[in-house]
Design a protein around this ligand. Structure first.
Ligand code: AMP
Length: 143
């Protein structure tokens, strides 16, 4: 089971922002889209960082609400861990657990083509377990 399978189900939409935008703008974007993180991209669509709700909470907790007027670049994580279309979902889970984060941008042929969140992974696992149970029940009923 690969990342490509998750993206085929959820789509390739990626919500991005730019480094010069304010935390206030990024916060509004997260609220509007109902998501937990935005990918920060440069002029050529290259990944420069990731900003999650946790970064915003940390910024406001440490510096007060004034931090909301500061730039995304100041609070984003620049060293972004990414994954690829062919990567196994088990590996994605390991990366999220080891890195203690819940979002992984997907890069294909050098381009940002999607984002996998921990919610996507959990949904995928539950779907897989349910279809396994269904198959077992059918097998038992017809045996
Ligand atoms: P999250 O659990 O995704 O809300 O993120 C928790 C922390 O990890 C935040 O500081 C994020 O900026 C950072 N983070 C989230 N995703 C990644 C990633 N793929 N690579 C590196 N850092 C990340």
């Amino acid at each position: 089971m690969s990342v490509a399978l998750i993206l085929a189900a959820k789509g390739h939409d990626v919500t991005t922002t730019q480094p010069h935008r304010t935390l206030q703008e990024a916060t509004a974007l997260l609220a509007e889209k109902g998501i937990g993180a935005v990918i920060v991209t440069g002029g050529n669509g290259e990944v420069l960082g990731i900003l999650s709700e946790r970064d915003i909470v940390r910024a406001v907790g440490r510096h007060g609400v004034g931090a909301l007027q500061e730039s995304v670049s100041k609070y984003m994580t620049s060293k972004v861990v990414t994954t690829g279309m062919d990567e196994a979902i088990d590996h994605v889970m390991e990366q999220m657990t080891a890195g203690r984060f819940r979002h992984l941008p997907v890069i294909h042929n050098g381009k940002l083509v999607g984002v996998v969140s921990i919610g996507d992974v959990v949904k995928h696992r539950i779907d897989a377990i349910e279809s396994e149970h269904r198959a077992l029940r059918e097998y038992i009923a017809t045996a």
